[in-house]
Design a protein around this ligand. Structure first.
Ligand code: TXA
Ligand code: MG
Length: 360
């Protein structure tokens, strides 16, 4: 450990006392949080996608603490957050396409991969020569980033492998005692992580991770939008986004996706419930017969609600599983289409289920 770390007010200790800042965070409290980041500490903050676990992106020791707090593999790079798109100039080589995307989608749930400058330490980018840039629209995130005056490296604030946190209670469950502060910002608006895009030409991008900025929306700005291999959860030897190769989002009980007509799925789960201890992650309309064994995603046609509720349902399933034995969690096989939020929901669910699909 370097002297720098030993002398830091935020040096490694097994268990930290975590400051919880309740919603709505006041300016003074955000100033305190920004000082924690500036002096090398870790702060969890809300964004419009999921909660982020932030540290000063210029400080490699602080960034290493993120990996430790999450139990994150060191070859998975971290996105860098800025208050304004222009702030990316300080640590990345911006391009006209970056500004075109920024004008259309920032602040908001989009991350753009750019060539990095030398001042971004290697742990942030896991040794890659690129860096992901994101400018969140969440008011608290924006205020905090403005006060920090340094770019903030922040992955999702979950223990690696667990569903991303969309509520402060999720964050407290995973991160209390591991970070210096947690800012409660209520429920995250989108509930799934940002769309990650890699510019592949003057006016073209490849989607490395689908999110709330959809392929169709990107097509309004870029002439060519493609999906990276493996985005559908299939195995690729060397994914362009290293995070894609990890088992992710999995609840502790096995999750099975049921591929069939909706009424057949409901009938199958009803018959399974008679023999097994099951949970059903389902649409509001299908929930009534299952009582407290149903975890609801919202109305059947309300895709934004499915995205918003998905990680919370997976975490609720874990909570119930702690109190009583759960043999299996069922949900519908999501549509694999290219439109709207479908690719994003499909990508998260197929990985949460470890590809376990049952054809009905
Ligand atoms: O919405 C979000 O993006 C949230 C909030 C907190 O901003 N952050 C988030 O970070 O989801 P994380 O670390 O959980 O996921 C980042 C993903 C990973 O799959 C990682 O491999 C990929 O982005 N990524 C980061 N930097 C990259 C780079 N330079 N090249 C390719 N992929 C990159
Ligand atoms: Mg994550």
């Amino acid at each position: 450990m370097s002297n720098n770390v030993k002398n830091s007010p935020h040096s490694e200790s097994v268990e930290k006392k975590t400051l919880i800042i309740s919603a709505p965070a006041r300016e003074g409290e955000l100033t305190v949080a920004s000082h924690i980041i500036q002096s090398g500490g870790l702060v969890v903050f809300p964004t419009e996608t999921v909660y982020g676990l932030g540290a000063n992106a210029y400080d490699d020791c602080s960034v290493m603490r993120i990996f430790k707090a999450k139990g994150r593999p060191s070859d998975n790079p971290i996105i860098v957050h800025v208050a304004k798109p222009e702030d990316a100039e300080n640590f990345a080589y911006t391009t006209p396409l970056f500004y075109k995307l920024a004008r259309a989608f920032m602040p908001g749930p989009l991350t753009v991969i750019l060539k990095k400058r030398i001042n971004i330490p290697a742990p942030v980018t896991a040794g890659l020569d690129t860096v992901g840039v994101r400018c969140p629209s969440h008011e608290t995130a924006h205020k905090l980033l403005s006060l920090c005056k340094v770019p903030v490296a922040a992955p999702s604030a979950n223990i690696s492998g667990r569903p991303s946190p969309t509520k402060a209670t999720h964050v407290i469950e995973d991160m209390d005692g591991r970070v210096d502060a947690i800012i409660d910002g209520g429920e995250c608006e989108y509930g799934i992580e940002s769309t990650v895009v890699l510019p592949t030409g003057e006016n073209s991008v490849k989607i490395l991770r689908p999110g709330a900025v959809t392929a169709d929306a990107l097509r309004c700005v870029c002439s060519d939008v493609t999906l990276a291999d493996g985005i559908d959860g299939s195995d690729v030897e060397k994914p362009l986004s290293p995070g894609m190769k990890y088992k992710h989002y999995a609840p502790r009980s096995p999750l099975i996706l049921l591929d069939g007509k909706r009424e057949d799925v409901v009938a199958f789960v009803a018959s399974e419930m008679k023999q097994k201890s099951c949970l059903f992650i389902c649409y509001d309309e299908d929930a009534a017969p299952f009582g407290d064994r149903a975890l609801t995603l919202g109305g059947a046609s309300d895709e934004s609600s499915h995205a918003h509720r998905l990680f919370d349902c997976l975490r609720c399933a874990d909570e119930i599983g702690e109190m009583k034995k759960i043999d299996v969690i069922y949900t519908y096989m999501p549509a694999a289409g290219e439109d709207g939020l479908s690719p994003a929901i499909y990508n998260r669910l197929i990985r949460a289920a470890g590809h376990t699909v049952m054809k009905l």
